[in-house]
Design a protein. Sequence first.
Length: 131
Amino acid sequence: TYRARYPQESPADRDAPPLPLRDHDRACAAAGRSASQADVLLVAFCVELPATLTALHTRLEARNVEQLRGEIHKLQGAVAICALPAMQAALRKLQQTATEPSLKGAGVALSKLQLEAIRLVGWRTLEGPSL
């Protein structure tokens, strides 16, 4: 049988309602009050997201804390500009676990971030901007 690579999240995390994927007003404000520019940024973000998640996973597997923190920092900026509350929350948890030398909980936090990425890309594919 398949076993999860990382420990499972807590029941409290599983039962919490999901945060919004995108704050459109904040995204427009960050893009100079331009909805079309905000959409361009989101599409570019989604295109780069798989490579970014792979880099995070690689750094975590290698237990390279400094490079993991660097990847997290870069992703935080992009997530803030695109105004993605659910990913911001998941990324915040990953950042918190990456400050511990043991990286305890980082696998769970990265899994949560990956789930939010899947939600975002699925939403964008079905309902969001496509350029």
